[in-house]
Design a protein around this ligand. Structure first.
Ligand code: PMP
Length: 282
């Protein structure tokens, strides 16, 4: 695999960053993941807009324009002949002797790599996935896509040990979101997902779904929901750049929609894939 580190395209075994890099020492960095489908970037501009916002919130000045970053994405797709999967981008405040406050002389580190993954015909989309719930142990600024991911790592490990593919994080009696996805429930033709705030990451796939449902007979109700309400819902699904729209067929051992993907999630996934082949809905 060819990866990108600070201006250079290198074989992955030759790519190196400093042990003093602040993303390594403090988790002082931001990341993004964009989907690639049919060799095309999906909603990449929206991911880069969120990157700029996240960096702004931690006062990390990005030395690269969006156009430059898109060009690196495209070069990596080309060099790796990537047809389906994702591109991971991480920017950190740079390398400096260990001290909590910002260094005055560090230059940001930029790392990017591709990951091959079956997107348009992911086997999990045919069977649906299982979810388990656990307490939301994360910090108060989840709207920032920071590389501090210990909360989600522990939640995903709990899911893996429970035979599930995603963990839903629960706080103050309501579902905040998945460990790495936006949570949705369906009632009739109504799609329900919670409002954006500091408590959740503003999902780009969520935004894409909202952008295209205007062309369908689905409506959107933006509100929080409890785990019990999800257990009772007609359908449940998650969205993310890696799973796109993914039906959920079980939560904490309770069967949802007879244990099979529901028509709403299937339809939304189809529409999403149609947009993705044209570069996205945003
Ligand atoms: N919430 C969290 C905590 C996530 O990590 C992700 C994945 N980036 C999402 C939601 C979904 O965001 P997106 O649709 O932009 O991938």
């Amino acid at each position: 695999r060819t990866v990108y580190v600070n201006g250079a395209y290198l074989p992955e075994e030759d790519a190196k960053i400093s042990i003093f890099d602040r993303s390594f020492i403090f988790g002082d960095g931001i990341y993004e993941v964009s989907a690639v489908i049919g060799g095309k970037l999906v909603d990449c501009e929206a991911h880069l807009a969120r990157l700029e916002r996240s960096c702004g919130e931690i006062r990390l000045a990005l030395p690269w324009s969006k156009a430059e970053l898109v060009a690196v994405h495209e070069e990596l797709i080309k060099r790796n002949s990537l047809d389906e999967g994702g591109i991971y981008l991480q920017v950190s405040r740079g390398a400096a002797d260990r001290d909590f406050a910002f260094p005055t002389d560090a230059t940001p580190t930029l790392v990017m790599f591709t990951q091959e993954r079956n997107m348009s015909s992911a086997p999990a989309a045919k069977t649906g996935i299982k979810v388990v719930s656990c307490p939301d142990l994360r910090w108060a600024r989840r709207d920032i896509k920071s590389v501090n991911l210990l909360g989600p790592v522990l939640a995903k490990q709990f899911a893996a040990e429970s035979g599930a593919q995603e963990a839903w994080l629960v706080e103050d009696g309501v579902v905040t979101e998945g460990a790495s996805s936006t949570a949705w429930i369906v009632k009739g033709k109504t799609l329900i997902s919670r409002p954006l705030s500091n408590k959740v990451l503003p999902g780009i796939t969520r935004k894409a779904v909202l952008a295209y449902i205007g062309e369908t007979d689905f409506t959107f109700e933006e509100r929080t929901f409890t785990l019990d309400e999800a257990l009772d819902a007609e359908e449940v699904f998650i969205t993310s750049a890696t799973s796109l729209v993914m039906p959920v067929v079980q939560i904490d051992g309770h069967t949802i929609h007879n244990g099979a993907p529901g028509p709403t999630a299937i339809r939304l996934r189809e529409i999403y894939l149609d947009f993705a082949k044209k570069g996205g809905a945003l």
